[in-house]
Design a protein around this ligand. Structure first.
Ligand SMILES: Nc1ncnc2c1ncn2[C@@H]1O[C@H](COP(=O)(O)OP(=O)(O)OP(=O)(O)O)[C@@H](O)[C@H]1O
Length: 274
């Protein structure tokens, strides 16, 4: 039963990708003659179930390739699940991949309007927020330069700035802070805290346990496409249920599926700055 306060419902979701090994007709013919496989499937997410209340701030963690970006892409509706359903309430905005949606030949200014429109902002709304977005991105005179000339940090600045200024009900942030410099990261965290306090649901992907602890009141951990951990964070960074967040007693990572695996996962992030 979905309550009026529910923001995201992910119900029994699985996602399978097909990897094609051979592109040209010649390669396909050769592979067929040699009896090689032409494609293979890969299950990126398996039977994922969870609900998020409006205003919750959820930290999504997991090792590389565990399915975090795939899950976010399903939540923002760019991909559809192969089975199960994803339901969201209200406007979804955010930054999943640095520079995603930017046209390399267009200037930062033109991309700003284009990207804002894709995220559901009207032209009038974009004009109203234009100065604020540009000030936050702080890309100076590069605003009228083609985005193909931007560094990855500059693309991330502009992309994040546009996304965070959308009046969204759900904000998805996938490693947005990975490429920015420290002053920009601090500014982004402060802005995310601001929208969090305004009641926006936040989905924040990070490998840095310290910043998840700072930003989130719940943590989900994906391991090999399975949701193996889902718990509220309580004061002091511990999780409900008694397992201490960030506590780790083994040097070797635990077997996938073992709840202590999150400790190993958090290990690399220990001491990490935001
Ligand atoms: N379009 C695609 N086609 C084939 N495989 C894909 C595709 N997108 C993702 N995958 C695979 O699905 C798995 C999960 O990828 P995903 O990007 O969701 O992981 P992630 O947890 O976000 O990783 P990271 O921490 O490195 O960003 C990976 O093994 C990846 O190679």
């Amino acid at each position: 039963m979905v309550s009026s306060n529910t923001s995201i419902v992910v119900d029994d979701v699985s996602k399978i990708f097909t990897m094609h090994y051979h592109r040209s007709l010649k390669q396909i013919m050769v592979a067929k003659v040699r009896g090689l496989p032409l494609s293979e499937t890969f299950q990126a997410l398996t039977d994922i179930n969870f609900e998020v209340e409006q205003g919750e701030s959820v930290g999504l963690m997991g090792l590389n390739g565990s399915g975090k970006s795939t899950l976010l892409t399903l939540i923002n509706g760019v991909l559809k699940p192969d089975s199960g359903t994803v339901k969201t309430r209200g406007r979804v905005a955010g930054l999943i991949a640095t520079g995603a949606g930017f046209h390399p030949q267009l200037s930062g200014r033109d991309n700003l309007f284009l990207n804002a429109a894709i995220l559901g902002m009207s032209e009038a709304e974009t004009h109203r927020k234009f100065d604020e977005i540009v000030d936050f991105a702080d890309i100076g005179r590069f605003l009228d330069t083609p985005v193909s000339h931007y560094s990855s940090g500059m693309s991330a600045r502009l992309g994040f700035s546009i996304a965070i200024h959308v009046d969204a009900d759900i904000f998805l942030a996938d490693e947005v802070l990975a490429v920015g410099d420290k002053p920009f990261k601090v500014k982004c965290m402060a802005k995310m805290q601001e929208i969090r306090q305004q009641g926006t649901t936040i989905f924040y992907v990070s490998h840095a346990a310290a910043s998840v602890q700072h930003m989130c009141d719940r943590i989900l951990v994906l391991e090999g496409g399975h949701l193996n951990y889902d718990s509220k964070l309580v004061d002091g960074g511990s999780v409900e249920g008694g397992i201490k967040f960030l506590h780790y007693d083994d040097e070797e990572p635990d077997a996938p599926g073992d709840k202590n695996g999150i400790s190993a996962l958090a290990d690399s992030a220990l001491g990490a700055e935001i």
